[in-house]
Design a binder for this molecule. Structure first.
Ligand code: FAD
Ligand code: NAP
Ligand code: SF4
Length: 677
């Protein structure tokens, strides 16, 4: 019987020799756990939760077939028989929950962060500090053997198949494109030669593993770099891979070095699904759509419309392991939605930390952070319904405590309500929708519109009082700070005060950048921006008529002249997220925002903002000066000293420490504290 809520998405997919229980795939993500043998119990627990949550197919993080293919020194590798014992913990856990799992074979080629890297040619990647060696013909043959041995070991480990990583600019993608393949032998030149390596790898793996083992290939269908493949080339590679023995074609969008965003929050949902749809017309095997699909409605639409046979979502399974079960039971409003911020997943991976999730700090920490029912129920007050307080209140209630959540505002959300006003951050409202539902389910008592005092709290016999009152914007001591030209970021984003055409922003942190982006757009246009507008802004041709799918971007029409300033001499925006900061910088640069570092603020008067930069005095003739100069903790409710008899007071989020605060820390601190009560 088909599912009443998502009949197409949750329909099984028959692969002939095996069947997948639905059309939802958890795409490959590197968590860091796969790199160390002593983390495989944690990795198995992580995958077990996702399999139990009903996903049809799981793909592991990338495992290298050889040392030369390492992304990082001593990264996860499968090249010895001994490697299979740890992997069996993973496959057993997934199979016990009725799921299926593929191991991704990833050879990083010139993207490896280590000195022994190889590629088709010896061209260095713009995002790497290492120069690769071009593989010799013998090196190519031994690389094929590495892939085959790796696939056979994966089969012995109990995997249901392998995914061969051929996109995102890794080794096989490097062979496929003239951007990186300048060989003149049988492995370079024409597209037939450039595709020889991936096709030969698939052919030889199929011969080695037999017919009843899934071989999925992740094919780069829109390279988004100069020297990428044309659509005709993409199709001919897909058809050759099908002939060589591929069971499922997964699709990849954009190389890591592409200067076009492909997965951050500002990318419209399912922006690239139509490209997978065109590929589906050209092959007979099932095709999988991916990138910025984060809710079941979009995924259902992709399958129902015949655009793809399966949908791959990766980060949404960090955010919510029960995504599929909740969709199947019509509990979509309970899904903890991935907001595509990259802050705890990709930013961690690229800075060599274990991946997790901003909205779900348990992700990849399943054995370490547990929300167990407590035997003794305690009375808990949480003051502040921002991310920290919401997290603390819902986890404490889930653990069985009696929780009251106070906020002086009439709605929950704290600063997240402000953040979601920023263009490209519309997804943040999903987190508040999730928490609102969670408060109901866990039975938290809400006391909104009440600015509680310490005396009121003490009168109510709470055993624990959690102060999550957040922050207040910093008002820097600059002469003229009370001048009529001065606005705070709250005046702009929350109180919607009118802002003139010429603006100076003091403070170039995350909020300074967000305010600049907000002011570039017409605040009356509806958000999120439409897909065609977004494609024109970034110069993307989904039909890939030009090689790589890049075209001239549309000239911007900024609404205002903006100067963004900071006192530090370092590059403006250097502190933004590792994998998303470049997008914010690119948007502002394209729109002519002037960025000034090493600034000394002198005063603000009718003439504008007086500054010195490198000893040179200047007056910025602006209509408004907007303060985005950081924040200070609000801790008025904390007692000077904890009393022995009374309730225990705790501080979390911005109330605990305003500096370097973000929602990732706020939510995690709330959850960790509440789980420990
Ligand atoms: P807050 O969110 O400040 O919540 C505190 C709550 O306490 C408020 O609801 C307030 O009304 C309430 N309160 C205060 N005093 C009292 C009292 N006495 N009685 C009752 N209630 C009280 N972070 C990210 O990680 N990623 C981003 O992309 C991001 N973008 C942002 C964009 C903008 C424009 C802004 C403003 C912030 C952004 N942030 C972002 C920061 C993030 O929102 C904060 O780090 C986070 O909200 C801090 O959570 P918190 O719960 O500690 O405090
Ligand atoms: P922030 O990142 O700490 O930036 C504050 C800015 O104000 C800095 O540029 C700082 O630079 C300046 N400043 C500090 N004290 C000042 C003073 N006395 N006078 C003048 N300038 C001063 O803080 P934020 O922008 O308010 O953001 C708050 C938090 O929200 C951040 O920690 C951030 O992580 C989070 N957030 C994240 C994102 C995201 O996309 N990930 C987006 C928005 C916010 P100088 O000292 O060099 O002048
Ligand atoms: Fe999604 Fe952000 Fe969580 Fe990554 S950290 S999975 S992008 S919500």
């Amino acid at each position: 019987m088909s599912n009443p809520h998502f009949p197409h998405l949750l329909e099984p997919l028959d692969l002939g020799f095996t069947q997948l229980r639905n059309r939802v795939m958890m795409g490959s993500m590197h968590t860091g756990l796969e790199d160390r043998f002593y983390h495989y119990d944690k990795l198995a627990a992580y995958f077990r939760e996702r399999a139990r949550g009903g996903v049809g197919l799981i793909v592991t993080g990338g495992i290298s077939p050889s040392r030369r293919g390492w992304l990082l020194p001593f990264g996860g590798t499968m090249n010895f028989l001994g490697d299979i014992f740890n992997h069996r913990k993973v496959t057993r856990a997934v199979h016990e929950e009725g799921g299926k799992i593929l191991m991704q074979i990833l050879h990083s080629g010139r993207y490896g962060y280590q000195p022994f890297i190889v590629s088709a040619s010896d061209k260095q990647a713009p995002i790497s500090k290492f120069k690769p060696k071009a593989l010799s013909e013998a090196g190519i043959e031994s690389t094929i053997c590495d892939y085959v041995r790796c696939a056979k070991l994966a089969q012995k480990s109990g995997y249901d198949g392998v995914e061969i990583m051929g996109s995102e600019g890794y080794l096989l993608n490097q062979f496929l494109c003239v951007r990186t393949n300048q060989r003149t032998d049988q492995w370079g030149g024409s597209i037939e030669n450039r595709m020889r390596l991936p096709v030969e790898i698939v052919r030889r793996i199929r011969a080695a593993v037999g017919p009843n083992f899934i071989i999925m290939y992740r094919h780069s269908i829109l390279d988004l770099v100069e020297g990428g493949n044309s659509w005709d080339e993409v199709v001919s590679v897909a058809q050759a891979l099908e002939k060589a023995g591929v069971t499922l074609l997964n699709t990849g969008i954009g190389w890591h070095e592409a200067r076009v965003p492909t997965i951050v929050t500002s990318v419209p949902r399912a922006a690239f699904a139509s490209v997978s749809g065109r590929l589906k017309q050209a092959v007979k095997i099932p095709v999988i759509a991916s990138n910025r699909i984060n809710m079941p409605a979009e995924a259902e639409q992709i399958i129902a419309s015949g655009t793809a046979d399966m949908v791959s979502m990766a980060r949404p399974f960090l955010a919510d392991p029960e995504f599929v079960t909740k969709a199947a039971q019509g509990r979509v409003d309970e899904i903890n939605t991935c907001i595509a911020c990259n802050q705890a997943c990709l930013d961690h991976t690229f800075s060599n930390q274990r991946a997790s999730c901003l909205v779900n700090p348990r992700a990849a920490h399943e054995t370490e952070l547990q929300y167990r029912k407590k035997t003794v129920t305690k009375r808990v007050a949480v003051v502040g319904a921002g991310p920290a307080g919401l997290s603390a209140a819902t986890v404490a209630a889930e653990c069985g405590h009696e929780v009251t959540l106070f906020d002086s505002a009439l709605e929950i959300g704290g600063q997240f309500k402000i953040a979601m006003q920023v263009p490209g951050k519309e997804e943040f409202k999903e987190t508040l929708r999730y928490f609102k539902k969670r408060l109901q389910i866990t039975g938290v008592q809400l006391a909104l519109g009440q600015r509680v005092t310490q005396a009121e709290l003490l009168a109510q016999n709470f055993e624990h009082i959690i102060i999550a009152t957040g922050i207040t914007p910093r008002k820097p001591s600059i002469e003229g700070v009370d001048h009529a030209k001065v606005l705070s970021y709250l005046d702009v984003l929350l109180h919607k005060k009118t802002v003139g055409k010429k603006v100076a922003i003091i403070g170039a942190g995350g909020i300074g950048f967000d305010v600049a982006e907000y002011l570039l757009h017409d605040t009356n246009t509806s958000l999120p921006i439409s897909l065609p507008t977004w494609l024109r802004e970034w110069g993307i041709d989904l039909e890939a008529k030009e090689h790589g799918g890049l075209v001239q971007a549309e000239a911007p029409h900024p609404l205002r002249e903006i100067v963004l300033l900071q006192r530090k001499a370092s590059k403006v925006g250097a502190g933004l997220g590792k994998t998303s900061g470049w997008v914010h910088r690119a948007v502002l640069q394209r729109n002519g925002v002037k960025m000034l570092a090493g600034v000394d603020y002198q005063k603000i008067d009718d003439q504008g903002l007086h500054i010195t930069v490198g000893g040179q005095a200047q007056i910025l003739d602006v209509d408004h000066v907007i303060m985005c100069a950081g924040q200070e903790s609000l801790t008025e409710l904390m007692p000077a000293q904890q009393s022995e008899q009374g309730p225990r007071f705790h501080k979390i989020g911005g109330a605990a420490l305003a500096s370097e605060l973000d929602a990732k820390r706020a939510i995690k601190e709330g959850a960790v504290l509440a789980a420990s009560l």
